[in-house]
Design a binder for this molecule. Structure first.
Ligand code: MN
Length: 502
């Protein structure tokens, strides 16, 4: 019976049953089960008779969204219920009043947070930019709003088949340029990978085919090497009395493999982590012990050890990565982390919510850091006027591939790729930016237009009488720095005019 219900629809989609959603939820508390069940039936009735372009019931989209929330983000019951209800206000006769009465103010807030803006008011890019602004503001109040939006987007992008070609490509590109980077910023590895992989074939068909071919050649070989290493490691762990160790393989997502190939001129021999061995242990001490065992058994590649436990990535990612020679001519990457770090990397911000009893995000710790990023984004968007400028700038400053550079004290500064010392100085403080006199990169004096690389250590020399010049506009890549430079140049022009007049 169950099997029949889950049968594939003609276009390859599966309808998700209530039972499946409930089985994916972390909580089995009776009130949570009741809430999600009620929302399921409510949404089914509200959307009755509505169809998707594929000819399936619209309800399929809502159960798909709920499934993504439960499975990829470990979302709580309220969020899953809101996921089921997320299109009721926009697409059915259900009013905010009814929703509040049936499900309460929190769920109403979540649904309204993802409901698009009135259709008449904005058109095209205008509308998209305004919707994004609204989404960010709602997310700052309750981060669960963005979880629903990402789950909604994932289902849409997984079912693009029946959409018109131009629209298909636009949705796919937008997913890669905006939504996946948001998931990444919030440390949600699973959904980020899923969004990119679902959008990849539509956004870049040729590159997708190319990547698939490369993977076919390489996957088998990589997996054989990993299995071999895994066997030997298990023996060593047993000898060392390390009993609570889990090992598995992780295969690099298609899109991130493509991005890495691109960064390495499509040279496959430079990619060591097409598949990686992942080792999960109970404590941080165990992580370093395992690293010791591995480096004692196999020779590590020089310069490939990354200790993201001691120095986490900006999005909170923690793990130790090392690359070793297998002894039979191959190299493999090994990733070592604790259970907690693993959950954090897979589910990100959502993994905290799952344990927070109030269901509201706390503001301390890692979670607070992630939300601070969001608040920065909101503060910053207030200063941008036009919608087009807004979209271009968020893509440039927030969602482009980032590099991480250090201050001499070891603080990490995150900048878009191709940034220079000028961008770095403005990112620290606009006053420092306005008085840059020179820059040392990795202890050497370098010209101000030098493009920074990942892990550079940058020291800015400043002088009170040093001022921005027109040349700086060419050097600066971030819109923040460019705006500040333009403002300073404007003031200089003004005072020049005044002194000429005076
Ligand atoms: Mn939707």
């Amino acid at each position: 019976m169950e099997k029949e219900l889950k049968n594939k629809n003609p276009d390859g989609e599966t309808n998700v049953t209530l039972k499946e959603i409930l089985s994916l939820m972390i909580s089995g508390a009776p009130e949570d089960v009741k809430l999600v069940s009620t929302a399921y039936e409510f949404a089914k009735k509200a959307h009755e008779g509505q169809m998707r372009l594929s000819g399936e019931p619209y309800f399929v989209h809502l159960t798909g969204t709920a499934k993504n929330l439960a499975k990829m983000m470990q979302a709580d019951a309220q969020t899953i219920a809101a996921g089921l209800l997320h299109d009721t206000i926009e697409d059915t006769l259900v009013t905010p009043e009814i929703l509040q009465k049936e499900f309460g103010a929190d769920i109403l807030f979540l649904v309204q947070g993802v409901t698009k803006l009135a259709k008449i008011k904005y058109q095209g890019i205008e509308r998209h930019a305004e919707s994004l602004r609204k989404l960010f503001i709602a997310t700052a109040k309750d981060v669960r709003v963005i979880l629903i939006k990402l789950a909604d987007r994932l289902h849409n992008v997984m079912t693009l088949e029946h959409i018109k070609p131009e629209k298909k490509k636009r949705i796919a590109a937008e997913t890669i340029e905006i939504y996946a980077p948001i998931a990444n910023r919030l440390g949600m590895g699973q959904i980020k990978g899923a969004l990119e992989d679902a959008a990849f074939p539509y956004a870049y068909p040729k590159e997708y085919e190319e990547t698939k071919k490369i993977r076919q050649i390489k996957n088998q070989e990589a997996l054989e090497q990993l299995e071999n290493i895994q066997k030997q490691l298990r023996k060593r762990f047993a000898k060392e009395n390390l009993t609570k160790v889990t090992t598995d393989f992780r295969i690099k997502h298609d899109y991130s493999l493509y991005k890495k190939l691109q960064r390495n001129n499509m040279d496959l021999t430079k990619i060591y982590d097409i598949a990686a061995l992942r080792i999960i242990v109970p404590t941080v001490e165990d992580c370093y012990r395992v690293l010791g065992i591995i480096h004692n058994t196999w020779r590590p590649l020089p310069d490939r050890l990354r200790d993201y436990i001691a120095v986490p990535k900006i999005n909170g990612y923690q793990s130790i990565h090392t690359v070793i020679f297998t002894g039979d001519g191959g190299v493999v990457e090994v990733q070592i982390r604790t259970e907690k770090m693993h959950n954090e990397a897979e589910y990100g911000i959502a993994s905290h919510l799952a344990y927070d009893e109030s269901g509201k995000p706390d503001s301390g710790g890692l979670m607070g850091k992630k939300l601070r990023w969001l608040n920065q984004l909101i503060e910053w968007q207030k200063t941008v006027k036009g919608s087009k400028e807004f979209l271009e700038n968020i893509q440039l400053d927030f969602f482009q591939d980032q590099i991480f550079v250090f201050t001499p004290k070891g603080d990490v500064i995150e900048l878009p790729q191709a940034s220079t010392a000028i961008d770095f100085a403005y990112a620290i403080h606009s006053d420092l930016g306005d008085h840059v006199a020179g820059a040392k990169i990795n202890s050497k004096f370098m010209s101000l237009d030098t493009v920074l690389k990942n892990r550079d250590i940058v020291e800015i020399q400043s002088r009170e009488n040093s001022k921005p010049t027109y040349k700086w506009l060419e050097y600066a890549k971030t819109s923040f720095a460019r705006r500040k430079i333009k403002a300073a140049l404007g003031e200089q022009e003004e005072s020049k005019k005044k002194s000429q007049r005076g």
